[in-house]
Design a protein around this ligand. Structure first.
Ligand SMILES: Nc1ncnc2c1ncn2[C@@H]1O[C@H](COP(=O)(O)OP(=O)(O)O)[C@@H](O)[C@H]1O
Ligand SMILES: [Mg+2]
Length: 423
């Protein structure tokens, strides 16, 4: 079969790479892809925008695409799945109605409350004065969230009243466009964060290995938030007994409540969790797609062919799929970023040493790279996700860092402490 992957990050490179390992997958097309997917054998990039649903649909029909996988949240929130389904295409990723679980934090919170899913107590506001009055009553710390998609920048964890008021003013001041016209103010939770990604066909839901990501730019979890600077899986923060509870108390009720709302949700449901000091899992947010970089740490451990899992979701027969098979051991992904990220950074810088890193057994997933005049150059803030699989975390982490030592580009930056939480 021929598969289409929509997106251009490390997540999409990892998806294309994993799909191509299946005996059934002959060829993968990436829209628009990156330098890594361009170099991947049996993979080709297409110069189409991810917002060009018509172009994507036409390509898929003309080229007999058997499966289309949507990477990022924006096209899902804009209804790419609905559009492609109308053309009778097989799409992995929820419809626009389902994607609301990520595209509106207020909608997701209401769903969690209806489903009795453990989550932070919260209220929704559309008026700044009312929001400020509420914060004054609740006290700090408190969390202010823009309702809509804000590229990871819409959440403020306010430790002081001034910060909370600032965050409310920023939201309603138009900083996040329509995403900030409504906001969710919620109780501050403490604990350890974990990501539980699950695949679902709308009836059955099955978790993947639990992962943990590193959101902040600096070592020791300091500095600005980023798209993610590294990840590892499976995280011991979510042992099997806790995963069982997450399945029963969070994943199953989420799918059941979506169904009650007549939403047939097929794709990834990603629960961002806080494991509180008492050991209880609470939902911080849901995402409607694979996480990046978590996917880069999870997929290398998956033995079951990914196309089989995805087709079982699309054809609503996930209950008949044998249990997912995982490699033993662990995987770690360390993101190499452009100097200055998540602020301003240079693009177009030549990259060296990727083959050497790969010859040491690392998987080098590309994010912000492209091929320019036959040369591989940087093309984004997060440039590479250097991933290694090992018998132990220690081995995986050591291998990833050893591979990083081979790679060079001007101004490159990476965290030195990925995996420190478990070592
Ligand atoms: N209720 C909360 N208590 C403590 N920290 C929170 C809470 N909600 C969010 N956060 C922090 O803010 C980060 C971003 O929030 P999240 O809801 O995941 O939004 P997004 O990923 O869309 O930016 C979380 O990963 C977490 O670190
Ligand atoms: Mg998040």
């Amino acid at each position: 079969m021929r598969v289409l992957v929509v997106g251009s990050g490390g997540r999409e490179h990892a998806l294309a790479w994993k799909l191509l390992q299946s005996a059934r997958v002959q060829e993968v097309f990436c829209i628009p892809g990156n330098g890594g997917t361009a170099k991947l054998a049996r993979c080709r990039n297409l110069a189409l925008a991810i917002s060009d649903f018509e172009g994507i649909g036409r390509f898929a029909l003309v080229n007999n695409i058997a499966l289309t996988v949507i990477g990022p949240e924006a096209p899902l929130a804009d209804g790419i799945t609905d559009y492609l389904q109308q053309q009778n295409l097989m799409v992995f990723g929820p419809t626009q109605a389902g994607a609301q679980i990520e595209s509106s934090k207020a909608w997701a919170k209401a769903l969690m409350q209806d489903a009795n899913i453990p989550t932070a107590k919260a209220e929704v506001f559309t008026d700044a004065a009312e929001a400020i009055a509420y914060v004054k009553v609740q006290g700090v710390p408190i969390v202010i969230k823009a309702d809509g998609l804000a590229a990871g920048k819409g959440v403020a964890v306010a430790m002081t009243l001034e910060e909370a008021i600032d965050a409310i003013d920023t939201c309603f001041g138009g900083q996040f466009g329509t995403a900030g016209q409504r906001l969710v103010i919620e109780e501050y939770l403490t604990g350890q964060e974990a990501s539980v990604l699950a695949v679902t066909d709308g009836l059955t839901i099955r978790p993947l290995l639990p992962a943990q990501d590193y959101k902040q730019i600096g070592d020791g979890d300091t500095g600005a938030n980023t798209g993610g600077m590294g990840a590892y899986a499976p995280t011991p923060i979510v042992p099997p007994a806790l995963m069982e509870r997450i399945q029963q108390d969070i994943l199953e009720p989420a799918i059941a409540t979506l169904r009650q709302r007549e939403i047939d949700y097929r794709g990834v449901l990603y629960a961002g969790l806080m494991i509180t000091p008492s050991g209880d899992p609470k939902v911080i947010e849901f995402n409607c797609r694979f996480g990046d970089p978590e996917t880069q740490a999870i997929l290398p451990l998956l033995e079951t062919p990914l196309d089989m899992v995805m087709m079982a979701c699309i054809q609503q027969r996930l209950d008949q799929l044998p249990p997912l098979i995982w490699k033993s051991g662990a995987a770690a992904c360390v993101v190499m970023a452009a100097g200055g990220y998540p602020g301003t950074y240079k693009k177009g810088l030549p990259l060296r040493g990727i083959e050497q890193a790969e010859s040491r057994g690392a998987l080098v997933f590309h994010a912000g790279t492209k091929i320019k005049q036959q040369q591989l150059v940087t093309d984004g803030g997060r440039v590479l996700g250097v991933t290694a699989v090992g018998e132990s975390f220690k081995e995986a982490i050591a291998q990833a860092y050893s591979a990083i030592g081979c790679i060079q580009f001007e101004g490159m930056y990476y965290r030195r402490d990925i995996g420190h939480r478990i070592l």
